[in-house]
Ligand binder design. Structure first.
Ligand code: APR
Length: 244
């Protein structure tokens, strides 16, 4: 455990701060975490069926409808004070880097400029066959099946990383670079269960960085942390940053 004051001291002494965020940072904006999204209508499907190449091949309509419902939730959401604080850190601290596992764009809408998206973006689409980018059409969100690509008629899919897929190489490279040179890592709102993203805090620690975890629940990364702040990121992140 730890206190906000201890965390502030670590931040004050750091030169290069990196933050890794997960679904928890958007929870207070009303975007359900992946595991929370497995409720109600979708509880009977396992995650692999909704978020894997195999699941998409078996039932593209089911996967499409699930992503369209999630996209609608993201579009209706607003950044919360946690997102806003991270944007402020980027503006104020040279060398600050933000790495997210989230596919929403709430960090960007809060003002963050250079977000490293390890798991892609839910509002971007491409053809699974020819890989060309696809611009969502007004009729697509309510369609029962994914649209066809205008070039090759392949199926269009969200540009997110599914189970069993590789992380985008360029983003992973930028993340590794930031992690290996930081002296302080904030780990915010992630369960630390999904690899390789969950490996990043281990790498930072091995490279000598201090680690602050912000999460209402302990998890597998808690033992690595120098300071664990138990609570919501929408409250704790603003508390860390002294009012300018
Ligand atoms: N503030 C901070 N953390 C929170 C909050 C909050 N208000 N609410 C929940 N959390 C924490 C939970 O305790 C949990 O540890 O956020 C975490 C959410 O965990 P996951 O749903 O597993 O999200 P994440 O770690 O981002 O998942 C990683 O797995 O589902 C795939 O590709 C998807 O990017 C996702 C990846």
């Amino acid at each position: 455990m730890g206190t906000v004051e201890t965390a502030q001291k670590l931040l004050g002494a750091a030169q290069r701060v990196v933050c890794l965020t997960g679904a928890g940072v958007s929870a207070e904006s009303g975007v359900p975490t992946f595991r929370d999204a497995q409720t109600g209508l979708w509880a009977r499907y396992n995650p692999e069926r909704l978020a894997s190449p195999q699941g998409f091949a078996e039932d593209p309509g089911l996967v499409w409808r699930w992503y369209m419902q999630r996209l609608a939730k993201v579009e209706a959401a607003q950044p919360n004070p946690g997102h806003l604080t991270l944007a402020k850190m980027e503006r104020g601290w040279p060398g600050f880097r933000l790495i997210t596992q989230n596919v929403d764009d709430l960090h960007e809408r809060a003002g963050s400029q250079a977000v490293i998206h390890l798991h892609g973006r839910i509002a971007h689409f491409h053809c699974q066959r020819c890989k060309r980018a696809y611009g969502l059409q007004p009729e697509d969100p309510s369609a029962p099946q994914p649209p066809g690509c205008g070039h090759c008629r392949g199926l269009v899919r969200p540009s997110v990383v599914w189970f069993g897929e590789m992380l985008p190489a360029e983003e992973l490279h930028r993340a590794m670079e930031a992690i290996s040179t930081c002296d302080l890592l904030l780990v915010v709102g992630t369960s630390g269960l999904v690899y390789p993203a969950a490996q990043l805090p281990h790498l930072a620690k091995r490279a000598g960085a201090r680690l602050i975890e912000i999460n209402p629940q302990p998890g597998p990364l808690s033992d690595l942390a120098d300071v664990c702040l138990r609570g919501n990121s929408g409250e704790l992140l603003p508390a860390l940053l002294p009012i300018a």
